[in-house]
Ligand binder design. Structure first.
Ligand SMILES: Nc1ncnc2c1ncn2[C@@H]1O[C@H](COP(=O)(O)OP(=O)(O)OP(=O)(O)O)[C@@H](O)[C@H]1O
Length: 343
């Protein structure tokens, strides 16, 4: 295990009240994973990610990275260890009086890297993040997406094992967000870099994460493979986030006008996972059974771990044929949920 977090907590003590910002969080993150942490504002995400590199000191618990106990390190050792933990921020946190080149060179200067080596590394990073030609620009002359590219290059300067991303795309428009997410995926693959990503947008999780933890009031209320959490969210918070992606699909009221309400009809929701989504299931059913199928609504969501699709259909026919049809669909590996309460 690359990162192992045990019973991590942070209590902010204030005059008027105490806030348990992070509450007993235990998580394991594998090398090379893109691990998402999602939660609403105030859930404790920023505090959590800042506890990992001790920008905030935990009140309790342990953070292990590559068998180093981060929580126990002295200030000096922590400074050294932090070079292996890159971080990017929502508002980029660039040095405004320095050029793109100088911003990226900065962590190398601090690490005592010689001028020639610095130069090679900076130029390599500028190429990696797609900023060739902008070396001498100042942050004020760059777009938001370009600024975040500088942030990413700077975070990678000392060849970290881990990249912490604190709402790294929240200040960007949707198109630029996708560009930056694609860049993070390509860096993750090229460098086998482990990435921890804090966000309040399910889209970000869907697009790039392998695994996800859902935070609510300082606690992790659910965690698992992104595809599993998408298909079967367990907690109320996870369900709300999944709905964010496709609000229409989760509002079953919107199906009502399309249902014929024949006496013998049944409305079912089919869950297609991975390659199931590519099969011609419906036409197979129609060839095999004497049944009518009324398609009500469908959607497909690609994730890093495969595709997830849902399809609402109304099956109309003889009761026993409907039952056989449902069995047939289930036996082909597609999950069938009978929806009783739409009509
Ligand atoms: N330095 C601080 N001192 C006191 N309380 C804090 C401090 N930082 C955060 N908090 C409180 O801790 C809780 C969690 O905040 P945090 O910023 O970690 O949540 P978040 O999920 O990142 O939300 P947001 O996206 O709005 O920043 C909030 O109630 C917040 O007010």
């Amino acid at each position: 295990m690359m990162i192992s977090i045990k019973q991590l907590s942070k209590l902010y003590r204030m005059k008027s009240q105490n806030v348990q910002a992070v509450d007993d969080v235990t998580l394991d993150i594998k090398r090379g994973d893109i691990f998402g942490v999602i939660g609403y504002s105030g859930a404790g995400k920023s505090t959590f990610i800042r506890l990992i590199n001790r920008l905030e000191e935990p009140t309790q618990g342990q953070v292990m990275i590559n068998d180093t106990n981060i929580t126990e390190l002295s200030v000096n050792k922590l400074r050294k260890e932090r070079q292996k933990i890159g971080m990017i921020f929502q508002h980029f946190n660039l040095l405004w009086s320095r050029t793109v080149y100088e911003n990226i060179a900065f962590p190398l200067e601090i690490a005592g890297v010689t001028k020639q080596k610095r130069r090679d590394k900076v130029l390599e990073l500028i190429e990696l993040v797609g900023l060739s030609g902008r070396e001498q620009s100042y942050p004020s002359q760059l777009s938001g997406g370009q600024k975040q590219r500088v942030g990413i290059a700077r975070a990678l300067a000392n060849d970290p094992d881990v990249l912490l991303c604190d709402e790294a795309t929240s200040a960007l428009d949707p198109e630029t967000t996708d560009d930056i997410l694609n860049l993070l995926v390509s860096i993750n693959q090229k460098l086998n870099l482990t990435i921890i990503m804090i966000t309040h947008e399910m889209h970000v999780i869907q697009k790039i994460c392998h695994r996800v933890a859902v935070m609510d009031q300082g606690k992790v209320v659910e965690q698992g493979d992104v595809l599993d959490v998408f298909v079967k969210p367990q907690s109320k918070t996870a369900k709300r986030f999944v709905q964010q992606l496709n609000p229409l699909e989760h509002n079953q009221d919107s199906l009502k006008p399309f249902i014929t309400k024949e006496e013998n009809s049944e409305v079912v929701k089919l869950h297609f996972i991975g390659n199931d989504a590519k099969r011609a299931l419906i036409s197979n059913v129609l060839k095999t059974f004497d049944i009518e199928i009324n398609i009500l609504q469908g959607s497909i969501s690609p994730t890093q771990e495969g595709t997830y699709g849902t399809l609402y259909v109304e099956l109309d026919g003889n009761r026993s044929v409907i039952d056989e049809t449902i069995k047939f669909i289930q036996s082909s590996g597609v999950e069938v949920e009978v929806i009783d309460d739409v009509t």
